[in-house]
Each structure stands twice: as C-alpha cells, then as structure tokens.
Write a protein that binds this ligand. Structure first.
Ligand SMILES: Nc1nc2c(ncn2[C@@H]2O[C@H](COP(=O)(O)OP(=O)(O)OP(=O)(O)O)[C@@H](O)[C@H]2O)c(=O)[nH]1
Length: 252
C-alpha cells in the first residue's frame, strides 16, 4: 500500500471567498496524473419558488445568455458543464427544477444523490426567502443517501436592488443561511455578477469531498496500488498544499 502518513486533513483550509481562480495554464502541476475514473460527476440541484431566476442562473452559467422573457419550467431540465480542476476533467450535472407546486413531485424524483443543493430566492422579493427552508427540507428528505450535501443560499437579481436595499436584504439572508447551514451568495444572471464564482466554488467543494473520501478508503486499506484512486490521493496532496492557486478551466 501507498504510505499515507504525511497526509493531514486539518491542513485543508477554507477557500477564500469570493473564490479566487487563475487560468489553468498558470498552474504548475508537478505530479503526472491519469484521469481518475470515479471522480467525474458533481450533481447540483437548483430549487426555489416560482420565477426567482433558477433557469436564468443555469443559462447564464452554461450558455452565457440571459433572456428577460419568462417561460416557466415544466418538471425538470438539466445541463452539463465540463470543468478542468487541476487538470482533471470534472463534470457538473446541473438540474433546474420547476418552482410551481404542481410539478414538485416530478422534480423530487431528481433530487436523489445531489452533492450540491442551491436554494434560490429573489433578492427583490424578500418573501421568496421564506420558502427556502421548505425546499431544503424536501430535498434532504429525498436525497438522504448523500450524507451532507453542500448547501448554497443564492439571492438572485442583484442588479434590481440599490446598494442600500441590498444591504438590508443581505443581513437577513446571512442569518437565514447560517440557520440552514448554507453559504450565502448574491448573483445577477442579467449582468453575470458572481455566477461563475458560485458554480466554481460548488465544484471545488464537491471535488475536494470526492478526493477526501477516496483518500479515506486508501487509508483504510480498502484500495490497492494501481487503482485510479491513488492518483486522486496524490492530487489531493498537491491540491491541499496549493489551494491559493487552484485553477479552473471551463471547456468551450
Ligand atoms: N433583472 C433580472 N431579472 C432576472 C434575473 N434572473 C432572472 N430574471 C428574470 O426573472 C424571470 C424569471 O426567471 P426564470 O429564470 O425563468 O425563473 P425560474 O425560477 O426558473 O422560474 P420557474 O421555472 O417558473 O420556477 C424572467 O423574466 C427572467 O428574465 C436577474 O438576475 N436580473
């Protein structure tokens, strides 16, 4: 077995927020790695009340477009996006769900095994924040096969608020986020503000978690030399000591 004694999870620090990333080609990755087969997909589900901007969030990130016309989502929709994190292809599978109550039971079928839950509310309509707790409860009931998904409370339509109005909402949202054990992010799909950083942050946390669980298996001698997971172990070591220059590259 690979000797893992030097590895200390305590060294792994929080990413700075807003998340900093540099172009991939600037990253000096000294350990040659193969692509670990089991480190491929991060499932993200986007939940929230009707018309809060869930579809717009997805479209802005995946397709770089914004449409001011409103077309309600029927059931669910999804898109995938490939990122490179430290040279490893990592796929985001992003599920957009309908905010309408009548589609809830359809959408719930797709909540399972989510690594990341994004609870979206409209910063300009504060009552939509109240629903987030229920959306999360429903999601956790269904997706309980992943022990603790990362939770993001996402305030949308930031461009519609003055600085002063935003400050008031931010204070309330930060408190709600704390209660939900979530990270609060404010974004605008119209201007693109914070959209990439939000998804990169989600990807980074999920990627890190995948590596951590792979390393734990190695430490428990459940994985043998030659496995792709050894590569993950090596990458994680490099990754955790290079958090400041962790890099992302979106595939065109
Ligand atoms: N100004 C502004 N408008 C936005 C923003 N995001 C979404 N909208 C508008 O809000 C409306 C609803 O957006 P959607 O993304 O369709 O909302 P949704 O949550 O997916 O709606 P459902 O699928 O019905 O649950 C649309 O008219 C969007 O153009 C934003 O960041 N800024």
């Amino acid at each position: 077995m690979l000797d893992c004694v030097d590895f200390n999870y305590e060294e792994i620090k929080e990413f700075p927020k807003p998340f900093k990333y540099t172009p991939y080609n600037k990253f000096d990755f000294s350990i040659p790695v193969r692509t670990p087969l089991s480190l491929k997909v991060c499932k993200i589900i986007i939940l929230g009340d009707l018309c809060v901007g869930k579809t717009s969030l997805l479209n802005r990130f995946c397709r770089k477009v914004f449409d001011s016309n409103y077309r309600t989502t029927i059931g669910v929709d999804f898109q995938t996006e490939q990122l490179n994190i430290l040279g490893v292809p990592y796929h985001l599978q992003i599920w957009d769900t309908a905010g309408q109550e009548r589609f809830k039971c359809i959408a719930q079928c797709y909540y399972r095994k989510a690594h990341v839950i994004m609870l979206v509310f409209d910063l300009s309509t504060i009552r939509t924040l109240a629903g987030c707790k229920n959306w999360l409860r429903d999601a956790l009931e269904v997706s309980n096969d992943i022990e603790s998904p990362f939770i993001f409370l996402v305030g949308s339509k930031k461009d519609l608020l003055s600085e002063e109005a935003y400050k008031n909402v931010e204070d309330i949202a930060e408190k709600v986020a704390k209660n939900l054990n979530a990270e609060f992010w404010s974004v605008s799909s119209k201007t693109g503000e914070n959209i990439n950083d939000l998804f990169f942050r989600a990807a980074a946390l999920s990627f890190d978690e995948h590596l951590k669980s792979a390393c734990e298996k190695i430490n428990r001698n459940e994985i043998h030399i030659g496995s792709d997971l050894i590569c993950m172990y090596l990458m994680r070591f490099s990754y955790s000591t290079n958090l400041g220059c962790c890099s992302f590259q979106k595939e065109p």
